[in-house]
Design a protein around this ligand. Structure first.
Ligand code: 3PY
Ligand code: MG
Length: 254
């Protein structure tokens, strides 16, 4: 089984770009995965992406330079295992509030004796020739999402979870929780304070700080704060902005 090398790069301190996939389309996934990003994440929590679409999207990026991850929709270990068996090389788990939840999440992503992942890489064995439990355990990235006050309260205990690779912050949910509005302000205020706490906890415990950003500008701000696995926006939002800008240019020239 070939190593993706993404975890090593992140551990060395590289900043990697991650594209967020919300359009249930293999071709849209392929387009994003060839746009110079290091990773793509298929969002099964908020996007209308079912298992069949997830599999087709993973197939579409098999030969792309970007490493595929899945943001699962629940804490059900079966969801994480299914994403990995379909070929994902990392899982992002939303709304992690306690160390117990983080531990259960990591267990679902690691084979015995490290965890409780069941053997059955039904498609992963085609995407990753010679699928091997030890290599998979080393290479599969596990990111726990911190996006609630309870998650922040338990930040240190969550980050310390054995086998957890990193934290992935959800700034939209964090803002909603901290300010009452799902509006991300990365200049100053309670969200920035919370993000700095996450960066500090990751530095203390040697974990990868990752997070969502909706645009290149916010991604650069996340990088400046210290995040290293940085989302550079979602496919649908980029398409909307691109079309809107083109229409504006057309109208201005009329
Ligand atoms: C958040 O910002 O809350 C997210 O979950 C990103 O998708
Ligand atoms: Mg969220």
């Amino acid at each position: 089984m070939k190593r993706t090398g993404l975890k090593d790069r992140l551990r060395r301190g590289d900043v990697v770009a991650n594209a967020w996939l919300t359009i249930p389309s293999a071709f849209a996934a392929e387009v994003a995965a060839h746009a110079g990003v290091d990773a793509v994440t298929i969002d099964r929590q908020h996007a209308p992406i079912d298992v069949a679409s997830m599999v087709a999207m993973l197939q579409a990026v098999t030969h792309a330079p970007a490493v595929p991850l899945v943001r699962v929709g629940s804490h059900d270990p079966a969801d994480a295992m299914q994403a990995l068996d379909a070929g994902a090389m990392g899982v992002i788990c939303p709304l992690i509030d306690t160390p117990e939840q983080a531990e259960a999440f990591v267990r679902a992503c690691r084979y015995p004796p490290r965890g409780g992942r069941s053997w059955g890489p039904t498609r992963a064995k085609f995407a990753h020739d010679g699928y091997d439990p030890d290599v998979a355990d080393d290479e599969v990235l596990t990111f726990a999402m911190i996006e609630t006050p309870r998650g922040l309260e338990n930040l240190d205990a969550i980050v310390r979870t054995e086998g957890l690779d990193g934290v992935f912050v959800g700034p939209v949910d964090l803002s909603l929780n901290l300010t009452g509005r799902p509006v991300v302000d990365l200049e100053a205020g309670p969200l920035v304070d919370a993000l700095q706490d996450v960066i500090g906890a990751c530095a203390t415990h040697g974990r990868i700080p990752g997070g969502f950003a909706g645009s290149g500008d916010d991604a650069a701000r996340m990088r400046a704060l210290g995040f290293r696995f940085v989302t550079v926006g979602a496919d649908a939002a980029h398409a909307t902005r691109g079309f809107e800008a083109a229409v504006r240019t057309l109208r201005a020239g009329g």
